[in-house]
Design a protein around this ligand. Structure first.
Ligand code: SAM
Ligand code: DTB
Ligand code: SF4
Length: 327
């Protein structure tokens, strides 16, 4: 399985073989007794970060729904009837107003998401203006616009983009069960473009899509074995939306979710691991376990892209209870 997994990364872009995690080693981490796993993750976490600091990013969907792709989890695909209302690219002033509001409520980073397969040049121009204006507010900037063509990552960087989010979503061997309109290699190519343009990479995936533990380990191997692992690793729990093919998938055991966070922390010691989609339905105690297991970033604000997220007041109250600062 290791060979299979690593082959998909072009050798120049993967770590030297001696430094790579095998899928078997990652599965062995998943299999540790829960307390041993969390202790190990917390130890690695403390060696690399202030354990009481959590980075917060606010999301805004700048173009919603009507997407040509068939990602089986996604409420924004035009192929599924999910009740999401399509919305064209937002006006610049509305995006800037949302970014100002996010800054005022304490966000450090503002992430603009678009339901595109990838941006056409005529789409990119207005987004470049949004990035420049959001950056000028003193916020870190992030965008997730789909696949990038040659030269687009450079334009984004020049406009002031700090992070580009593009997820691998799952292990290579499960990917074809979830998406057919773009390949795993397409995603790796976009990630290379982002890295080569000198931007920070935000890349993670979704768990709870019916994948096996070995496949969760396979996703983590892909991320951890990158020559430079992503600076930011969003771990999303599938938000099941009626009308999508993955609606009705069996729920992931919450401890398995915490284990996934812990394993990401151990294998990517210096990355920010983000407790991402799915937080709205998680009790505070489960979120606290995720922080204990090494999560040190969240999406902050009432909405993700089209689905809900905890209220800012609830998050601030939880941070206060746990003694967490935004950092
Ligand atoms: N359209 C662009 C793309 O797919 O690259 C950018 C936006 S897309 C919505 C960003 C990411 O959100 C996806 O790659 C996926 O990991 C995550 N996502 C989408 N729907 C989700 C859901 N129902 N539950 C959890 N994560 C989801
Ligand atoms: C990521 O990994 N998760 C965010 C962000 N990157 C763009 C998106 C989650 C989307 C959840 C479903 C929705 O709100 O539409
Ligand atoms: Fe489109 Fe992105 Fe949703 Fe896939 S995840 S259907 S590319 S918006």
């Amino acid at each position: 399985m290791l060979e299979n997994t690593v082959e998909l990364l072009r050798p120049a872009k993967a770590k030297p073989e001696s430094e790579r995690w095998s899928v078997a080693q990652i599965v062995a981490l998943f299999e540790l007794p829960f307390s041993d796993l969390v202790f190990r993750a917390q130890t690695v976490h403390r060696e690399n970060f202030n354990p009481n600091e959590v980075q917060v990013s606010t999301l805004l969907s700048i173009k919603t729904g009507g997407c040509s792709e068939d990602c089986g989890y996604c409420p924004q695909s035009a192929r599924y009837h999910t009740g999401v209302e399509n919305q064209d690219l937002m006006a610049l002033e509305d995006v800037v107003a949302a970014a100002k509001a996010a800054k005022e409520s304490g966000a450090q980073r503002f992430c603009m998401g678009a339901a595109w397969r990838g941006p056409k040049q005529k789409d990119l121009e207005p987004v470049l203006k949004m990035i420049a204006e959001v950056k000028a507010l003193g916020l870190e900037t992030c965008a997730t616009l789909g696949m990038l063509k040659e030269g687009q990552a450079e334009q984004l960087r020049e406009a002031g983009l700090d992070y580009y989010n593009h997820n691998l979503d799952t292990a290579p061997e499960y990917y074809g069960d979830v998406i057919s309109t773009r390949t795993y290699q397409d995603r790796l190519d976009t990630l290379d473009r982002v890295r080569d343009a000198g931007m920070n990479v935000c890349c993670g995936g979704i768990v709870g899509m019916g994948e096996s533990r070995a496949q969760r380990a396979g996703l983590i191997a892909q991320l951890a074995n990158m020559e430079t692992p992503p600076e930011s690793v969003p771990v999303n729990l599938l938000t099941q939306v009626e009308g999508t093919p993955l609606h009705g998938t069996g729920e992931l055991d919450p401890f398995e979710f915490v284990r996934t966070i812990a394993v990401a922390r151990i294998t990517m010691p210096t990355s920010h691991v983000r407790l991402s989609a799915g937080r709205e339905t998680m009790p505070e105690s489960l979120q606290a376990l995720c922080f204990l297991a090494g999560a040190n970033s969240v999406f902050y604000g009432e909405k993700l892209l089209t689905t809900g997220n905890p209220d800012t007041e609830a998050d601030l109250a939880l941070f206060a209870k746990l003694g967490i600062n935004q950092g």
